[in-house]
Design a protein. Structure first.
Length: 555
């Protein structure tokens, strides 16, 4: 069944064309993910399709009931959940059934909207849409403010939904879970790809390689034709230069030369025509490589930070207790956990902004910590991007700063924009650049990916891969964690679990597939410990004893 038909939709904002001749059909069962840079028009297109934006040219034929979830919604904080639903007409029995299906008990109806988590608010908004029984869901960034558990719940719900789905998301893992097609909006035009996000990425890589080959071939043909034209022109211009006009034999040669020159002129004209008719190929766009001159961040100590029996309470209410952890040189840690579990508090304890209620945290003396806060309060709104970085990084040259800003998607005159005029995503990239070019040898990053589009996330990934120091990042983006982390920490009501390995191995471990490997690892650790203890008993040199004790402590 055809749910919606879009024909040659165009949208202008001032002199800028945001959407150009957008045409597509959505059928029952279609699950489409829109991707593209922030500001390319994805949200605008969703508003047009859902009927929220009437200012466009083209035709949209809607054959069904549509449910639209906007990216931003001003939830009435003082309203109770039950009052939140009085604004729409619905069957009360269906409402209670949906509340139960979404995991809400009846007593939840008396809770104020302002006291609900971001995940709960999203669920309530979805229930309000589903009460109307739409056959097409249009969802703009539905995973915003959702933790991993809530994202999995939403993915499972959308996979069971029988109607059509159009969604915008920067969560690549979520797109892999849900969508069957990916549509890319770039330079006002829409391009369709079959499969989930990972399939789309592979297809884009193949396209890029093909475009590079075609461009190289075009450049070679262009160079060859220009060289041939130049050579022919030289022959034509040479003419009868150097011949004696009184020489009768020379006069005969001159006539021959004129005929030859005519043929050459004709050939030159033909070559020029070939050059003009040559299919012009634009150079494929590729982002700058991230390869800055990082500061020397060498640490002699293998252990950078260690927590023993760490607990934190507020007014006798425990947030967590008895956490034990070690952060070593080379650790690239992704910290996962539900919203409200205490991840930001743990970061502040490690940073030293707060003190643990119980236990202690050891930090090596040469440690230089760089901290990314969600609020980014230390950026000065009146400064330009360039001035802000020059003030924060006085030892860095302007050339290096501008080069790195270029790799972080700031082009040309962008460096002269005021911080206060930047989008949230742009400010994140500025704050991140400052951290990476600083003298810090350990980064604490509290959800730096919020408000970033996929391209910006990939730039952050590339930078962290090159970063020689260690870091701990709080994130709900599992695709990101899978790419950059060599340790996974999970904070839950049961405490802190520190897993040595990447995200894929962590999933196998959680599913019980890693058990044999862990048992073998435990046995190897026992053997190593026994060997070190034997060496310690024989050691006499104080430096050797200290080294062995350090190795034992790591085990």
């Amino acid at each position: 069944m055809l749910l919606i038909e879009t024909k040659e939709v165009n949208k202008w904002i001032g002199a800028r064309q945001l959407l150009k001749d957008i045409s597509f059909n959505i059928y029952q069962g279609d699950k489409v993910g829109f991707v593209g840079r922030n500001g390319t028009g994805k949200s605008t297109l969703l508003k047009i399709i859902s009927g929220q934006d009437k200012e466009y040219q083209g035709q949209i034929i809607i054959n069904t009931r549509v449910g639209y979830l906007p990216q931003y919604y001003n939830y009435p904080a003082a309203q109770t959940v039950e009052e939140f639903f009085t604004e729409v007409s619905y069957d009360y029995g269906s409402f209670l059934r949906l509340m139960k299906e979404f995991g809400f008990e009846t007593d939840f109806l008396d809770r104020q909207i302002g006291n609900c988590s971001g995940g709960e608010q999203t669920k309530l908004q979805l229930i309000r849409l589903l009460i109307k029984e739409p056959a097409l869901l249009i969802l703009d960034e539905p995973t915003n403010h959702l933790d991993i558990e809530a994202r999995d719940w939403l993915a499972n719900f959308l996979n069971k939904f029988k109607g059509g789905i159009i969604l915008v998301s920067h969560d690549r893992y979520f797109l892999d879970q849900v969508v069957k097609e990916v549509w890319e909006l770039e330079d006002a035009e829409l391009k369709e790809y079959t499969g989930n996000y990972s399939d789309y990425q592979k297809q884009r890589e193949v396209e890029l390689e093909r475009e590079k080959r075609e461009y190289q071939k075009y450049q070679a043909e262009k160079k060859s034709l220009k060289a041939a034209i130049q050579k022919q022109q030289q022959f034509v211009n040479k003419g009868d230069k150097g011949r004696k006009k009184t020489d009768s034999f020379a006069k005969m040669l001159k006539g021959i030369d004129k005929k030859r020159a005519g043929r050459m002129a004709q050939k030159t004209k033909s070559l020029k025509m070939q050059l003009e008719q040559l299919d012009k190929k634009e150079k494929p766009f590729e982002y700058k490589e991230i390869n800055p001159e990082f500061e020397n961040r060498e640490l002699h100590s293998q252990i950078m930070i260690q927590g023993k029996g760490v607990g934190k309470s507020f007014q006798s209410e425990p947030v967590f207790k008895d956490l034990n952890f070690t952060i070593s040189r080379g650790s690239k840690i992704a910290l996962l956990g539900k919203n409200g579990i205490g991840k930001t508090i743990l970061l502040k304890l490690i940073l030293g902004q707060q003190k643990p209620t119980t236990g202690e945290i050891f930090r090596t003396g040469a440690l230089e910590i760089g901290y990314f806060s969600q609020k980014m309060a230390d950026l000065h709104g009146q400064d330009t991007v360039l001035k802000e970085l020059q003030e924060k990084l006085p030892d860095r040259s302007e050339e290096l700063i501008r080069t790195f800003l270029g790799s972080m998607l700031f082009k040309g005159e962008d460096v002269f924009k005021k911080i206060g005029d930047l989008s949230i995503g742009e400010r994140v990239r500025v704050a991140f650049t400052i951290l990476l070019l600083s003298k810090a040898n350990f980064l604490l990053l509290d959800e730096p990916l919020n408000h970033l589009d996929i391209v910006s996330r990939e730039r952050i990934e590339a930078a962290l891969k090159e970063y020689p120091g260690s870091f701990l990042i709080v994130t709900h983006d599992r695709y990101f964690a899978r790419k950059i982390a060599n340790e996974i920490w999970e904070l839950s009501n049961n405490g802190l679990e520190c897993f040595q390995g990447n995200y894929n191995d962590f999933l196998k471990y959680k599913q019980g597939e890693f058990k044999v490997g862990l048992e073998l690892e435990d046995e190897l650790i026992k053997m190593k410990r026994a060997e070190l203890i034997a060496r310690l008993e024989q050691a006499r040199d104080a430096e050797e004893i200290a080294r062995i004790e350090s190795q034992l402590e790591q085990l």
